[in-house]
Each structure stands twice: as C-alpha cells, then as structure tokens.
Design a protein. Structure first.
Length: 95
C-alpha cells in the first residue's frame, strides 16, 4: 500500500504554499497564523493550514485525521515523512 508521502514533491509544495503566503484571499487571520506558527516550525504549514481551514485550524490540528492514518496534524511535527504526508494531504484537499 502506498503512503501519501510517496507522492510528495517539494517543488509542488513550495508553489502551493506560496499561494497562501502571497494571496490575500487565502491568507489566514493574523491571530490564527500566529498560533499556528507557534505550533509548526515550518511556517509554510502554518500558512496553508490557516488558509485552508480558517478559524477551524486550531481545532483541526488536534483531531485524528483518517488520511493521516489516524494521526493528528500535531503528530506530524518534527518527522520528515509525516510532514510530507501532511503536506501531500493538504495539497489534495478541495479548496
């Protein structure tokens, strides 16, 4: 069985995450972004999670996510493979 992280592309992630950093429509609220930056050392994750999930971001990062094999997004911090899984999942979400 293939895991999401096997489909990860750094170039795709950089292009995708830049949308959330540079486009006001997708930019998360400042308070949400600040809280997410405190949680995720990779600030691109903070921008994307905040941009995709908005005010629900902080609750979402604490939930077990089936597409992450039951892990919480918080559980992906500090582990390269898990972070790639999270990033790939975020790129596949419908906006």
């Amino acid at each position: 069985m293939m895991k999401l992280e096997q489909f990860y592309s750094e170039d795709d992630w950089v292009a995708f995450s830049m949308l959330f950093k540079t486009t006001p429509t997708y930019r998360p609220e400042p308070a949400v972004l600040l809280a997410l930056k405190a949680i995720f050392p990779d600030e691109s994750l903070a921008y994307v999670i905040g941009g995709v999930l908005g005010d629900a971001s902080l609750a979402w990062v604490e939930r077990e996510i089936p597409d992450l094999d039951g892990l919480r997004p918080l559980d992906c911090r500090g582990d390269i493979e898990r972070e790639r899984r999270l990033k790939t999942m975020l790129m596949r979400m419908d906006l």
